[in-house]
Design a protein around this ligand. Sequence first.
Ligand code: MN
Ligand code: MN
Length: 468
Amino acid sequence: METTDKTQGELLAEKLLEKPKNAGLIMNDDEIASADEFCEGYKAFINTAKTEREACCESVKLAKEAGFDEYDSSKEYKPGDKFYFVNRDKSIILTVMGEEPLSEGIRLAAAHIDSPRLDLKQHPLYEDEELALFKTHYYGGIKKYQWTAIPMSLHGVIIKADGTKITINIGEDAGDPIFCVTDLLIHLANEQMKRTLANGVKGEELNLLVGSRPFKDDKVSKKVKLNIMRILNEKYGITEHDFVSAELEIVPAFKAQDLGFDRSMIGGYGQDDRVCAYPALMAILGCDKPKHTCMTILTDKEETGSDGNTGLNSSYLPYFIDDLAQMQGLKGHNVMSKSLCLSADVNAAIDPTFSDVTEARNASKLNYGVVVTKFTGSRGKSGTSDASAEFVGKIRKMMDEGEVIWQTGELGKVDAGGGGTVAQYIANLDMDVIDVGVPVLSMHAPFEVTSKLDTYMAFKAFSVFFKD
Ligand code: MN
Ligand code: MN
């Protein structure tokens, strides 16, 4: 008979009580090294793909390298076939056909590739006090004061009067100029400092500084503005009116980097939600001959409520599934009703400096693995799909069997605020869906923080899901 020094209570506690553990204590050194290596690819991805268009474009590139072809609606796809569908250059659906017919449902991972930022207005350029500036309108939920006095880059497209499309990316390469929103010096900020934090910098004060040298000609006014237009015209062939048909986005110009002496974390812009988009992308690219048809969708417009034809509140996903269903003589809704989805979005990790907004027993923590969030929303669970116990049970079993380190989370304590994800729109298509994503610190700030081990566990979670 085995002898033990443990008391009855200790044995009972071992058997009955939860004992959450830091992934750094569970994972062996080889797996930690794999996680670190995975995040090298992740950093490269988010440094290249800072906007939804760039993330879409980069995903196409990686998909082609992994043997995916562009979707052709006239083609009959067979098990194992891999293809991608691009929606208006801003969202992408990657599919690997399964052995089972589509009537058995799809395994879908859904992440978003838009992030909070500053957009240019349609008449952005003006001169004031012999400085040239751009008017902006912020995109997504931001604390406006965080977006001043940091280096910014300009990304996007301009459609010229003749219909030509110009792609812009300024401020990312060494030697490129950068831009910034100025803030008031503290010496003269007596009145500003009395404002609430929400109004510390107002929306119409988020003006981007873009030039200061005048065009030498006494006959013209607004010489600095004219000089900026001269430079833009020489480089891109555009006139001021071309801004009307442009989508130009201002994002932080700095690169993602290892964070901490131990390099355990990543600091960088737009990790909500590319820290889930990249693992979901890598999981589908590595998906081979799955049982069920597997799909990763990287969507746009999540940060403004998923409206618009590139957001998940539009019909582009069900239309696509319907087309695939018809190929097998099925109806789209029969496929969707049998499908399962992991809504891959970030969760708010406990921040020790602001821990009073989270409820420790139910909040996610950095390094405790990928977060399974049963419900989001606010004020009495409004605006959430709230996954069923049955579906949570299925996902829980899948994660445990696949040796995924995972935790549960919620978006802050009750009535502290709240937020939503695309899960509710996918649930409205009659799919079973739950949020599964990476915990983040400083969410929606220009510089967000994630853990490498959690990011790797997200990749593992989506990979295991695609093997279901
Ligand atoms: Mn998000
Ligand atoms: Mn967000």
